[in-house]
Design a protein around this ligand. Structure first.
Ligand code: ZN
Length: 284
């Protein structure tokens, strides 16, 4: 049975109980890493992933809580025996980031390991494929369509020159006749609705409960940047989602408010609903 393991269910801010975003899709024929935020490599270890066999990484966007461990994934998969290219797919701009990691930030690191530790058999390459919204990705036992989602795009303070380079995706995965949709980071938008339509599982960002939106910063965030408890249930219900899993949580001093979040979303969405924690396995 295909599954997705939520290895990181937090956001950009430090949280002792949650890694930043990373998910492991298991199709039965292949393991696919989706995002590589803080703690991704640790999460892959905890999930028992076969790093040397990893071939595919799919990125939603370029905030650091989604790519902070990308180099760690590249390097550790090689150290564990990967000989084939690691294919990294993501929005436009992905190539520049991977090139910067390999030719600037960590050039000495991987050269040192390649030359200084030849038992690893020389450097295993990395290939980048930039994916535009609407394009399909295909692998062993899965395919996915990228959708453009709205993650800060409506903030009046972000200038057009920046927004022209700011591409954020969600993905609609098809595996064994089932649909697993991952929102990425977004608020309600047409791309999110397309990828979620009739999904067997929607893993949806939900940063905070509506009851937690107590200041102007968080209210603006909920409107423009990350969906929260006031909208996610409505979106899932409107899209006919069969099962809803909430991720990308803000750090909280205690988790009591999760009951409030659950009640807010359940008021709008009658189907099965889970609040994700790190390590949660969702079979579908
Ligand atoms: Zn994020």
């Amino acid at each position: 049975m295909p599954s997705v393991t939520l290895m990181g269910t937090g956001g950009p801010r430090r949280d002792p109980t949650r890694n930043a975003t990373s998910l492991l899709l298991r199709t039965g024929a292949e393991e696919v890493l989706i995002d590589a935020g803080r703690g991704a490599v640790r999460g892959l270890g905890a999930a028992g992933a076969d790093l040397k066999a990893l071939r595919r990484v799919v990125l939603t966007h370029h905030h650091f809580d989604h790519i902070g461990d990308l180099y760690d994934v590249i390097l550790n998969s090689w150290l564990e025996g990967r000989k084939h290219p690691l294919v990294i797919e993501g929005p436009p701009g992905t190539r520049q980031i991977v090139d910067a990691l390999l030719t600037q930030v960590y050039a000495l690191d991987w050269n040192w390991r390649s030359l200084g530790e030849p038992t690893h058999g020389g450097w295993a390459p990395v290939e980048v494929r930039e994916v535009a919204a609407g394009e399909w990705l295909e692998g062993a036992g899965w395919r996915a369509q990228a959708e453009a989602v709205s993650h800060g795009h409506t903030l009046p303070s972000l200038p057009p020159a920046f927004l022209a380079r700011w591409h954020c995706h969600g993905y609609r995965f098809e595996v064994a006749g089932k649909v697993f949709a991952f929102s990425g980071d977004t608020v309600d938008c047409p791309g999110l609705r397309r990828l979620a339509e009739g999904a067997d599982v929607l893993v949806m960002c939900c940063y905070a409960a509506a009851a937690e939106l107590t200041g102007e910063h968080l209210r603006v965030l909920a409107r423009h940047t990350l969906a929260c408890g006031d909208t996610v249930g409505k979106i899932a219900a409107a899209c006919g989602v069969k099962r809803l899993v909430l991720t990308h949580h803000k750090p909280r001093p205690d988790d009591g408010v999760l009951d409030t979040l659950m009640a807010e979303v359940a008021a709008d969405f009658a189907g099965p609903l889970e609040i994700a924690h790190d390590g949660l396995v969702v079979e579908f």
